[in-house]
Structures are given as structure tokens and as C-alpha cells.
Ligand binder design. Sequence first.
Ligand code: FAD
Length: 310
Amino acid sequence: PFDVLVVGGGPSGAAAAVYAARKGIRTGIAAERFGGQVLDTMAIENFISVPYTEGPQFGSALENHVRQYGVDIMNTQRAAKLVPAATENGLVEIELESGASLLARTVILSTGARWRSMNVPGEDTYRNKGVTYCPHCDGPLFKGKRVAVIGGGNSGVEAAIDLAGIVEHVTLVEFDSVLRADDVLQRKLRSLPNADILLSTLTTEVLGDGNKVTGLTYQDRTTDASHTLDIEGVFVQIGLLPNTEWLAGSVELSDRGEIAIDDRGQTSVPGVFAAGDCTTVPYKQIVIAAGAGATAALSAFDRLIRTGVP
Ligand code: FAD
């Protein structure tokens, strides 16, 4: 069996694998797609000490770093089920979709998350060409431009407030007739001179010139009339879905489906730790995920010492 088995090969999983392997214990990492979300990213400008890199380059740097240690890398393997240990210091089992089964003294879950998309024409075409899901990552690219934020929950309204300080103008677009964000955020947004709010509005298409976003069309749900908004950026903020469906019933999840962890990365199951975007950690960013992966690996190692393994 593995001493530490990491499930997920994004920044959090890679950091966990490196930290575990450096303790000289038997470490494995199983990932559906090594690299994770960064593979879908263009510019990365906020990983501290690296002023600029690109997603695919960062993704292969993660893999190269893990390969420098004797980590058993199982790429293109999707975990389908976690079976907690039968006894207090027993082995945790991870069943893979391929039918194989892996046993480990400790497991680190780092399966990340995915952004919910609008599913309208143009959204995929202009992804990373004006359509974005991360205001912390891409806000500065739209300095002085006009943008829209889709979604009136806390993350959408926070994004609109944040962007209003950078861009020329921001329009918040909400499907419902009311915003769901906290009152204090709504008041703040409404007080800003360069922010508008469209309620009862359905985004119908992202428009572009072939290279980048030029606008979006929407339908006013009270009149059914169609309108066009001239903008250069669309920030989609309608939900981040953790990749944890396969854990329901085995590990405690929050009401948003995030793996509940404490400040050491411990989950509700003994010997099972978690890190990164799949957890209840408040902010979803590469540097945060990597730090959480290190935390989870050190916690797993601490458990191994206490249960007399290494
Ligand atoms: P992920 O990167 O999501 O990795 C999850 C891993 O788990 C993957 O290997 C996946 O294949 C695997 N996996 C999932 N389910 C299973 C399963 N059942 N079995 C096995 N493996 C599984 N953050 C920044 O800090 N700066 C940026 O500039 C930035 N730009 C971004 C741009 C885009 C387009 C996107 C989508 C995100 C961006 N982010 C950025 C966010 C950042 O990518 C994430 O916060 C970070 O990747 C989270 O790392 P993670 O390891 O927790 O999860």
C-alpha cells in the first residue's frame, strides 16, 4: 500500500506529492488530467516569485517537479469511490473508474473544481479571449475597458465591485428579479458611479469579431425584448462546482459540495485529508491550493508518525 496516496494532479495535489515524497515515504498520485485547471489558463501573473507564466507551461512544471521524486504517477485515472478504513489504523481504499483499486495508509483529496458555464453561443469560442471566470486572475487585463459580470450572488457582486476599481465600466447581469448577494455588498455596488445592474435579464449570446469579445446579447425577461451590450470582457460568476460528486456519502461535504476540512486539512474520515479548490478553503487560487497541499501532506505525515508507520 501507499503511505500517502494523492487523488488529483493540480497545484494542490502536486504540492502534496512533493512534500510527502520528500519525507521518504511511499507516495502515489492518481489524476484524471495532470496539471488540472491551469491547463485551461492563459497568463498566470499572481504565483508569487513568478511574475509571468502560461498555464500549460506551469502545468508541465508541476509534473516535472513531482517526477524529480520517486512518486508513482498514475495519469488519466479517475477515482470513482472512497472506502474508509475498516479499523482505526487500517487502509483507505480508492476505487478507480478503470476497475482497479488502490490502498493507502493516508489519502489526500485534491480533485479541484470547475466553473459553471452559461452554455450560450460564443461562450466557448471566446473563452480566454474576453470570456473569463476569475476576476482575481484576469481583472487587470481589462483595465480601462467595459465589462459585464454574469451572476448576482456574492461572488458576482464582489467581482463587480472589485472590477469597478480597475475597468471603465461594469454591468452586472442577473437572471432573477433580485440580487442574492449580502445587503452590504449590494449597497456598495449600487453606490459606485461606474456600475450598472440589469435584473431579470437572460444572457443569450457572447458576441465577438473572431478574435475577441465585442459584446453580448440579452433578453429582458419582463418585456422579452432583445438588447446588445458593447463590452470587451465577460466575467461569468454563476458558481464553482467542486469535483466531489464521487465522495458523497463517504466524506463530509458542505452544502455546496465542498470537502469539509479543518485548518490542518483533516476531513471527517480518519487518515483522509484534502486540499485546494475541492475543499471549504475560502479562496480558490493556485498559490492557496499549493500551500494547502503542503499542509495536507505534512498532516498526513504527522498521522503516519503517530500511528507508527514510517
Ligand atoms: P485543480 O487545478 O482543479 O486540479 C484538480 C485535479 O484533480 C486535476 O488533475 C483533475 O484532473 C483531477 N481530478 C478531478 N476529479 C478527479 C477524480 N475523480 N479522480 C482523479 N482525479 C480527478 N488561479 C490563480 O491563482 N491565478 C490565475 O491566473 C488563475 N487563472 C485561472 C484561469 C482559468 C481559466 C481557470 C479555470 C482557473 C484559474 N485559476 C487561477 C484558478 C486555479 O487554476 C485553481 O485555483 C487551482 O488550479 C486549484 O488547484 P487544485 O489543485 O485545487 O485543483
